[in-house]
Design a protein around this ligand. Structure first.
Ligand code: BTN
Length: 238
């Protein structure tokens, strides 16, 4: 596997997008420091200093886009949970792809589709994992966040962690591309912390509240709101 290792970059996703023509399928772009990390819903991803993981998978599975690719973020969230379990931790997933430890976010995943006109060039699937941070650095983030070292009480070897994550990712990747979300649905549901709970979801400029009833075979969230089932494809559980 080809890895491009950068000491510092604005964003590994941006780097991968700018260089998409040159980068082969299954290239990894990793940075020691990220100065302008990008998050979901136009948010930023803060570099907490220390030895954390900023990694982007460059994926070129086919010449045309398939709906299955939208579920790769959920696939990666399951892969990350399995990796964290190797550390005897008990991760959970908050729909669609936030991974939590002790109820606090420990990692974020952002997938971006790269198009040139109508031509599909590939996907950049980025993941940031707080592996080593100190409590004070976490205070700059206005949401509950944590880091693996704080949960474990010891420093985490980022290369070892990355190795496990990447191996687990590619172990089942080809199969996932053939089968889609239903391939991981059972695992996903077992890690889900939001099902059968009253929740609020921010969907672009709208907020919907209700009972998180189910996850569909396509990874969508079924929210029962005012006695109607809403099937959500995007959103952010508040
Ligand atoms: C989120 O908002 O939860 C997603 C955060 C994704 C952060 C990662 S860090 C590596 C890659 N490069 C980026 O700029 N973003 C992703």
């Amino acid at each position: 596997m080809n890895t491009i290792y950068l000491e510092e970059v604005n964003s590994t996703n941006l780097y991968a997008k700018s260089n998409i023509e040159k980068l082969q399928d299954r290239t990894l772009v990793q940075a020691a420091r990220q100065t302008s990390g990008r998050g979901r819903l136009q948010r930023s991803w803060v570099d907490l200093g220390g030895d954390n993981l900023f990694l982007t998978f460059v994926l070129k599975p086919a010449k045309t886009f398939s709906e299955i690719y939208s579920n790769l973020t959920q696939y990666l969230s399951v892969v990350l949970c399995k990796t964290l379990e190797e550390y005897s931790l008990q991760p959970q997933i908050k729909w669609p792809n936030d991974v939590l430890l002790d109820g606090k976010k420990v990692a974020g995943i952002l997938s971006e589709t790269v198009m040139q006109g109508n031509v599909f060039k590939g996907l950049v699937l980025g993941i940031g994992v707080n592996l080593n941070a100190d409590e004070n650095a976490l205070k700059q983030i206005d949401r509950p966040v944590t880091a693996v070292n704080l949960q474990m009480g010891e420093t985490i070897d980022s290369e070892e962690f990355k190795g496990m994550l990447v191996n687990k990712f590619f172990e089942n990747y080809d199969h996932f591309l053939n089968v889609g979300f239903s391939d991981i649905k059972e695992y996903y549901i077992n890690y889900a912390c939001f099902l059968n709970k009253e929740i609020s979801v921010q969907i672009l400029n709208e907020k919907k509240s209700g009972m998180a009833k189910a996850i569909t075979d396509n990874g969508e969230l079924v929210l029962e709101s005012n006695k109607k089932d809403l099937v959500l494809t995007i959103g952010d559980i508040l």
